[in-house]
Write a protein that binds this ligand. Structure first.
Ligand SMILES: CC(C)=CCC/C(C)=C/CC/C(C)=C/COP(=O)(O)OP(=O)(O)O
Ligand SMILES: [Zn+2]
Length: 460
């Protein structure tokens, strides 16, 4: 048994060595870090792999303070900074001072555009990315004031305006059309309970066109499969209850091979690993964990794409064909009956999905991913980075922590029961809060928002 002073010394020494590794070339760094790990006792290893919770909270809180009225860096991204910081703090289980909470709601209210949606700052044009960030921030804040500050009536109008006649969404008025826009629009509409068939119409067909020969999903038809867009595309297809239109075995094959020897994920074939893909790719695999029965069905059928099965139908959107051919995914949604669809009500997939417990363990090496996160992406002074040699930032802090949470809960059959100690790498105090993987908000904030918005019609 090591004395506490010697283990303290060990840890300090190893920390220094890890810091020196920063001077090496990128590819050697990860290998060097893991070599150190192999040479130390299990006790020291556990200490090295400790989540520097207080340091992270300090780094994030400082960021929140800087976001005040005099802030002018990344001026068109302020709701994003709010979300990255607030969500990171929530993942760490850190409550927010009332002063910050009020300032954040007040600020986001000022970012709301006159015709609905949220801009990058007060007075700026509404944009789907900052709308998603603002809505997720307000849900993360979770107070009655925060939730009721969202004008859902105007939001619905804004989302309708962003919808292109092809079915896909544009990021802003006359802006680019891509899978990210589809996800942010559908995620916001779903969590605010304003999703209807008008918004859903033909969006699935657009995303199906973005799945590439590799199996992952690209930002737009004809581009390269990428983890960020694969998360967006897959989550959207689940939320609109059309996920069986994707080739899921091929998608699973592609994403499973994106975890590298460094233990982290890469975003696309032949690129370097990066901490933020812990969520984009790790999140895809968390979603896939609940979709295996559908992937299995597709394999049994040697996969005939749904679009081919329903070729007889002039409109291959799900709203037109579900009535007579129930989708493979419909068992998730008890409310998905043709009767309710006639009344124009979409199944509550967000809730059904999280209530459906996976029967399998993780589809990736969740211990290895935690190792990459804690040793290669964590900055001991607070915050997370892409990879050794890079600087920490709030975007990476948010998505690395989200990926860490997904990994820690990847063995859990029931998110109400805490994970077993063996599922959490390092000391058990590393455990974060669980998230809802379709929206990337803390699970209990999702439930609160769901309760608040369920049964309400867009009114405000
Ligand atoms: C909800 C929302 C807005 C989601 C965004 C999803 C997301 C992260 C998309 C990735 C965009 C992209 C092509 C990055 C490639 O960057 P790169 O070429 O620098 O990185 P790489 O070498 O890792 O591919
Ligand atoms: Zn990154």
């Amino acid at each position: 048994m090591e004395s506490s002073s010697s283990s303290h010394h060990d840890r300090h020494e190893k920390t220094l060595t890890i810091t020196q590794i920063e001077q090496l070339g990128v590819e050697e760094k990860v290998a060097e870090i893991f070599q150190i790990l192999n040479g130390v006792s299990p006790h020291t290893r556990s200490l090295i792999m400790e989540l520097q919770r207080d340091k992270h909270i300090e780094f994030l809180t400082r960021g929140l303070r800087l976001l005040g009225p005099s802030y002018h860096v990344l001026d068109a991204n302020r709701p994003w900074l709010c979300y990255w910081i607030l969500h990171s703090l929530a993942l760490l289980g850190e409550p927010l001072d009332l002063e910050f909470e009020n300032a954040a709601v007040d600020f986001l209210l000022r970012c709301e555009a006159e015709d609905g949606g949220y801009g990058g700052g007060p007075g700026q044009m509404a944009h789907l990315a900052t709308t998603y960030a603002a809505v997720n921030s307000l849900i993360t804040l979770g107070s009655m004031w925060a939730l009721s500050s969202i004008n859902r009536d105007k939001m619905y109008k804004f989302l309708s305006q962003m919808k292109d006649p092809s079915g896909a969404f544009r990021m802003h008025d006359a802006g680019e059309m891509d899978v990210r826009a589809c996800y942010t629009a559908i995620s916001v509409a779903s969590i605010l309970n304003i999703l209807d068939y008008e918004l859903v119409k033909d969006v699935g067909s657009y995303i199906v066109r973005c799945q590439t020969y590799e199996g992952g999903i690209a930002g737009e038809p004809g581009s390269e499969a990428h983890g960020g867009y694969t998360f967006c595309g897959l989550a959207t297809m689940i939320l609109i209850n059309e996920v069986d239109r994707l080739d899921l075995p091929r998608l699973l094959d592609w994403v499973a091979f994106r975890q590298g020897v460094e233990c982290g994920f890469q975003g696309r074939t032949n690129k370097l690993v990066d901490g933020c893909y812990s969520f984009w790719q790790g999140g895809v695999l968390a979603l896939m964990q609940r979709l295996l029965p559908i992937a299995d069905e597709q394999l049994k059928l040697t996969f005939v794409p749904r679009s081919c099965l329903s070729m007889k139908s002039s409109n291959n959107s799900r709203s037109a064909d579900t009535g007579d051919s129930p989708g493979l995914y419909d068992d998730l949604c008890q409310s998905s009956t043709s009767h309710q669809q006639i009344e124009g009500k979409l199944p509550d997939v967000g809730l059904a999905f999280i209530n459906k417990k996976p029967n399998w363990g993780p589809l990736f090496n969740s211990t290895a991913l935690q190792q990459y996160i804690l040793l290669c992406s964590q900055v001991l002074e607070g915050g997370f980075k892409d990879k050794p040699g890079k600087q920490r930032d709030h975007y990476h802090s948010c998505y690395v922590l989200s990926g860490l949470s997904v990994s820690q809960y990847s063995w859990s059959k029931d998110e109400n029961a805490p994970p077993l100690p063996k599922a959490v790498l390092g000391p058990y105090s590393n455990l974060l809060e669980p998230i809802h993987p379709l929206y990337n908000v803390i699970l209990d904030r999702y439930y609160k928002a769901h309760e608040f918005f369920s049964g309400r019609q867009a009114q405000d």
